[in-house]
Design a protein. Structure first.
Length: 275
């Protein structure tokens, strides 16, 4: 995998190369990333029993347009919603619908905005009312997995270091890491190089360099890691119907470490946590 200065690469499509971005482009990602963080903060009091995921989708659509942005999932490869909402055993890419959320559900809400041509991609887990202890444990293990993956990011490290940190922790907590989906480069392109696996071997993979932008978004299951995609072509579920959880941030590699673009302005990146 080769690297290229972002201004030399095609602006709106994958080039097969990893783009390295300028300080001005870091600032663009801060703006769109903050928008994603604000949107997820806004949803915290709205996620409760009786609310439909379709209603949450409509809220995010209006939020986006009111701020001069656009929801990136809408019309992406035929997807017809503004967000993804993955409930209980849905691993990712759940499609909002009119079914009310129920007490005890857990739901991942994944938002991506386009602002001035730049993509900010983030997701969080939300508890619907009081949830079972095993569900809260899964959420907390998944959030810690994300943090450990982010902590592995620095110049000279590798993508394998990220995956190894996530896998080692999640499996030590008797959970499993989904292999079928991964993090990805982003910026002016929604899904770009490189792929960021959430499992792996330390020291292997692509070397991290300052200026890289990508997501880290581990999907962790209480049961086995295998998934299947339903007939709608989007919704991925655990094959054993065990609970699944996911957290996601968009990050940039800096000269000294890592910058998280999509942090919660309210400090509530794990809104169901008691801490």
């Amino acid at each position: 995998m080769s690297f290229i200065d972002s201004h030399l690469a095609p602006a709106s499509r994958k080039s097969g190369q990893i783009k390295l971005h300028s300080p001005q482009e870091f600032e663009a990602m801060r703006r769109v990333g903050r928008l994603a963080g604000e949107a997820l903060d806004m949803l915290i009091p709205m996620v409760k029993p009786g609310v439909t995921t379709q209603a949450l989708d409509e809220v995010i659509y209006e939020f986006s347009l009111a701020r001069g942005a656009y929801p990136a999932p809408l019309d992406y490869r035929g997807y017809r919603k503004s967000i993804c909402t993955s409930v209980n055993h849905v691993v990712c890419h759940g499609v909002p619908d009119h079914k009310p959320l129920r007490e005890g559900d857990i739901v991942n809400i994944d938002v991506t905005f386009i602002l001035d041509g730049w993509h900010g991609d983030a997701s969080r887990m939300f508890a619907v009312g009081e949830i079972p202890r095993k569900a809260q444990r899964l959420i907390d293990v998944t959030y810690e997995s994300l943090l450990r993956g982010i902590a592995a990011v620095k110049p000279g490290a590798t993508t394998g270091d990220i995956g190894a940190a996530i896998q080692q922790y999640a499996e030590s907590e008797r959970c499993s890491v989904v292999r079928d989906f991964c993090g990805h480069g982003l910026g002016r392109v929604f899904h770009d190089e490189p792929n960021i696996l959430h499992y792996g071997v330390k020291g292997q993979g692509v070397e991290l360099r300052p200026g890289m932008f990508f997501t880290i978004e581990p999907m962790i299951n209480l049961g086995k890691p295998q998934v299947k995609v339903l007939s709608d072509g989007w919704t991925a579920v655990t094959r054993d119907r065990s609970l699944s959880a996911q957290f996601e941030h968009s990050i940039g590699v800096t000269e000294t470490g890592v910058e998280i673009f999509t942090s919660s302005p309210q400090g509530r990146d794990n809104p169901s946590s008691a801490n």
